[in-house]
Design a protein around this ligand. Structure first.
Ligand SMILES: *[C@@H]1O[C@H](CO)[C@@H](O)[C@H](O)[C@H]1NC(C)=O
Ligand SMILES: *[C@@H]1O[C@H](CO)[C@@H](O)[C@H](O)[C@H]1NC(C)=O
Ligand SMILES: *[C@@H]1O[C@H](CO)[C@@H](O)[C@H](O)[C@H]1NC(C)=O
Ligand SMILES: *[C@@H]1O[C@H](CO)[C@@H](O)[C@H](O)[C@H]1NC(C)=O
Ligand SMILES: *[C@@H]1O[C@H](CO)[C@@H](O)[C@H](O)[C@H]1NC(C)=O
Ligand SMILES: *[C@@H]1O[C@H](CO)[C@@H](O)[C@H](O)[C@H]1NC(C)=O
Ligand SMILES: *[C@@H]1O[C@H](CO)[C@@H](O)[C@H](O)[C@H]1NC(C)=O
Ligand SMILES: *[C@@H]1O[C@H](CO)[C@@H](O)[C@H](O)[C@H]1NC(C)=O
Ligand SMILES: *[C@@H]1O[C@H](CO)[C@@H](O)[C@H](O)[C@H]1NC(C)=O
Ligand SMILES: *[C@@H]1O[C@H](CO)[C@@H](O)[C@H](O)[C@H]1NC(C)=O
Ligand SMILES: *[C@@H]1O[C@H](CO)[C@@H](O)[C@H](O)[C@H]1NC(C)=O
Ligand SMILES: CC(=O)N[C@H]1CO[C@H](CO)[C@@H](O)[C@@H]1O
Length: 709
């Protein structure tokens, strides 16, 4: 062979030894994480009277695995869950379960699994290890944690089983009419030069990653867009994925037209980003009951007959269900447009790095001064809530002076030291959460920082709610670091509410006004600067592919064994007189038309007896030649499931003591959509009741006709 032939042969060999199928293997999975649909408070609004009693649609965990095609142990897992946030206790339990299963043989660890919450405020609470986040839900809820942890693990297991060689395509765009800043006066305090770089006071950018296998089959999508999951307000008691959960179900149905919700092959996550100061309630704030009275922009309060009221915002729909639909549809429409047009391919390394940091004392330099972060504390404006979910009493946003009476009450739990007050200034300290240790810690001090890189995509997984400008500062810092090593085309993404929850992060400038987000920035005025400093170390390590110099930080805290709960077990479910549980209490009518609402009421058992995971409390079925086909379930956007006792709670407890339990009923509604097939239908109800053990039951409505008109 001549030298030329040898060279040719060698180059051919090297051509074929390249990973011809591209850089990655990919897998997607989804599983039901719907928590107890009764008697547990909702997480997010801190409203103790907002107690789950039904299902608008189910909550899911959506998992995405990316594997280096030429190194099987080099992989990352991004999980987006329809829950208010990812938490430390969840992450610990998920990793424990993955590690103890031989199927995964140590592939999934604390370092390469990220759990990010979509921030729906309509899911059952209690999945925390820090007490402040459990106060309004009567403590820890094992039922909620189990539902979420088991579902996340199952979604990762499914993604793992589905791994195939594939491609990742990306696209970005802007969505203008699905979000609005809810603390614009704070945003305005940012430096002019920084604001001048942006047209809007919230991030309108949407980033889409499209998963396709090498045969061109669409597998799934991750979509990041910053907007709160508060289209459903603090009066809602139906479990719901809110606007992002809605968008996910729309996209999945669109890609798999005949599938029931939660069963499509295609999996679409509408994940959360830097939504700290971003509301989906697009109408301007107004004075409740007095629309003519103006709202003060700085404090979000209005004055009616000498009394200060909390201003609130809603819209764009006629009610919260309608607003959820509209904000969900707008994200889906843009998400689909970007997905369909995605053609640029991700290529390059799969990398990850995760560290812990004690954020109660990070030292840094700010404007040439040596400064540090503080032990966690909540300011008075935290108790004022927001225009998405107002607080109570005389609290107001934009409060730098504090409230003598309430601060006194708060300080009974722990009196903040002089140093601490100075550290947190101008925040007046209401609750010195970092130093309250009644039962177990009330707030985290040690938080996880995690970064993933998949080719050009760099995900900063933050354990908090970053405001718009905070997210921009962090993204810019990351981009600059990669750019300096020659990667000029990095797409930086903030994955919000990931891995643990430590409230909000505002910029130093926004902090000065002390609106709600600043009052909830627990580590003080330099919190963001500390995040930028520490995430920069992760970015340098990934950009230079050298993590040797990065301190992994203190061990991950685990307070699982200390958790306390005041949540009572399910009472006995009593049989109604002369009836069985599962019998119809109020039946359907004989016939309905498009746009009508069908309603049927069944005698029922407590939904906590069986969460019907990966199943349903209801089916809407159509008949064809004596065969019944399921058209809708409780995960469908067109149905609602509601459960309640026949008496008030107190009467029920009396009943339970004296009369062996309490009767309850389930109200099932179907909103007949314009595309419903005319025909003969029935509705079935499935459940379990508790009486000497837990027993399954089911019942069916009478049949009814649906006509076009
Ligand atoms: C494969 O990836 C793992 C995890 O990233 C890494 O530890 C290992 O060194 C890699 N193997 C090779 C041969 O590079
Ligand atoms: C391990 O995971 C596999 C795949 O999801 C599952 O089938 C199996 O039951 C799990 N084993 C244990 C012990 O949980
Ligand atoms: C929302 O904005 C998108 C473009 O971002 C546009 O296509 C759509 O028509 C707008 N919808 C409304 C109701 O304004
Ligand atoms: C891709 O197509 C090949 C050949 O038709 C088939 O063997 C393989 O199973 C397909 N892979 C996937 C992931 O569908
Ligand atoms: C907010 O308060 C500042 C300082 O008191 C004032 O200058 C500003 O006009 C106020 N903003 C609005 C919109 O009322
Ligand atoms: C919540 O939304 C409902 C409409 O769905 C409305 O009647 C109610 O006033 C709203 N409450 C708050 C506090 O926004
Ligand atoms: C995959 O891993 C191999 C070996 O560790 C490494 O050389 C290569 O750059 C990696 N490729 C990607 C896409 O991560
Ligand atoms: C990226 O780096 C180049 C030089 O390598 C520099 O000219 C450019 O300004 C940098 N861009 C950013 C956004 O840092
Ligand atoms: C990696 O970083 C460490 C510490 O920062 C340094 O000592 C070492 O030389 C670096 N390794 C390479 C290959 O650059
Ligand atoms: C059903 O409602 C939709 C939306 O309000 C409307 O556009 C449609 O005309 C209605 N259809 C019928 C048959 O009433
Ligand atoms: C979930 O339900 C689907 C559809 O009924 C079924 O195919 C699947 O096996 C179920 N998954 C588990 C883990 O039970
Ligand atoms: C009561 C109070 O803290 N008011 C503050 C509201 O915010 C502005 C800045 O926008 C401050 O100047 C006020 O002192």
């Amino acid at each position: 062979m001549s030298a030329v032939q040898v060279a040719l042969l060698l180059s051919l060999v090297s051509l074929f030894s390249l990973p011809v199928n591209g850089d990655y293997k990919i897998g997607v999975g989804r599983y039901d994480i719907t928590g107890p649909a009764a008697e547990i408070e909702m997480m997010g609004m801190a409203n103790p009277s907002q107690i789950a009693n039904g299902i608008h649609f189910r909550q899911y965990s959506r998992a995405f695995i990316v594997v280096n095609a030429s190194n099987d142990t080099n992989r990352v897992v991004f999980v987006s869950i329809d829950a208010c946030m990812g938490t430390q206790i969840m992450k610990n339990k998920v990793v424990e379960k993955l590690q103890s299963n031989k199927t995964f043989a140590g592939l999934y660890t604390d370092d390469n699994v990220c759990i990010s919450g979509t921030h729906t405020h309509s899911g059952p609470a209690g999945y925390f290890q820090y007490l402040l986040y459990e106060i309004t839900s009567r403590g820890f809820s094992q039922e909620t944690l189990d539902a979420i942890v088991d579902g996340i693990v199952e979604s990762i297991a499914e993604a793992h089983q589905n791994i195939v060689p594939g491609k990742l395509l990306y696209n970005t765009g802007v969505l203008l009419n699905a979000s609005r800043n809810r603390s614009p006066t704070a945003y305005l305090l940012n430096p002019e030069a920084d604001k001048a770089l942006y047209q809007y006071d919230t991030d309108k950018d949407m980033v889409v990653i499209k998963f396709v296998d090498n045969n061109g089959t669409d597998l799934g999508m991750i979509n990041w867009f910053a907007v709160h999951g508060t289209s459903m307000n603090n009066t809602n008691t139906y479990i719901s994925g809110d606007n992002k959960g809605y968008a996910s179900l729309l996209h999945e149905k669109d890609m798999d037209k005949d599938s029931l919700p939660g069963q499509s092959k295609f999996i679409a996550a509408y994940a959360q980003s830097n939504e700290g100061d971003v509301t989906p309630n697009l109408m301007p704030q107004h004075c409740p009951g007095h629309p003519e009275v103006p709202c003060d922009a700085n404090s979000s309060k209005c004055l009616v007959k000498g009394k200060e009221l909390f201003c609130i915002a809603f819209g764009p729909g006629v009610d919260m269900f309608d607003s959820t639909r509209i904000i969900g549809e707008r994200q889906f429409d843009k998400g689909k447009e970007l997905y369909d047009a995605a053609f640029k391919e991700l290529s390059g390394p799969v990398q990850y790095l995760k560290v812990n940091r004690d954020f109660s004392n990070i030292e840094l330099e700010f404007n040439g001064k040596k400064v540090h972060t503080c032990t966690p504390a909540m300011g008075d404006s935290f108790a004022a809530g927001t225009i998405d979910g107002p607080g109570a009493f005389s609290f107001k946003q934009n409060d730098t002076t504090g409230n003598k009476f309430w601060d006194l009450v708060g300080h009974l739990l722990h009196e903040p030291s002089k140093e601490e007050k100075e550290c947190q200034a101008p925040k007046p300290i209401l609750l010195d959460t970092g130093d309250i240790n009644i039962l177990y810690p009330w707030a985290p001090r040690i938080v996880p920082l995690q970064m993933f890189r998949i080719g050009q995509l760099v995900i900063s997984a933050v354990p908090a709610e970053f405001t718009t400008m905070s997210g921009r500062y962090l993204k810019n810092a990351v981009k600059k670091i990669f750019n300096a090593t020659g990667d000029s085309d990095i797409i930086p993404v903030i994955a919000g509410l990931s891995n643990t929850y430590s409230d909000y992060v505002t910029t130093y400038y926004e902090y000065q006004q002390q609106r709600y987000e600043a009052g909830s920035t627990i580590f003080g005025p330099y919190t963001l600067n500390a995040y930028v400093q520490e995430f920069s170390k992760l970015a340098v390590a990934l950009a230079t592919d050298n993590a040797t110099g990065v301190d992994k930080g203190p061990p991950t805290p685990d307070y699982y064994s200390k958790q306390k709960s005041l949540i009572l077990p399910v009472l006995t479910d009593k049989q109604p007189k002369g009836k069985k549980i599962g019998d119809v209490k109020v039946d359907v009518k004989e016939s309905y038309a498009i746009n009508d609402t069908v309603e049927v009421v069944f005698w029922a058992g407590n939904p906590r007896n069986d969460r019907k995971t990966n199943s349903t409390f209801l089916t809407v079925e159509i008949e064809d030649n004596d065969q019944w086909t399921v058209m809708y379930t409780d995960a469908s956007l067109e149905t609602r499931f509601k459960w309640e006792y026949d008496h008030s709670d107190t009467l029920c407890i009396m009943d339970d003591i004296f009369d062996g339990g309490c009767t309850s009923h389930a109200i099932i509604q179907w909103f007949i959509p314009p595309d419903a097939v005319p025909g003969t239908y029935r509705i079935q109800h499935f459940g379990a009741y508790k009486n000497d053990g837990v027993h399954q039951y089911q019942g069916a409505s009478g049949t009814f006709k649906v006509t076009k008109m």
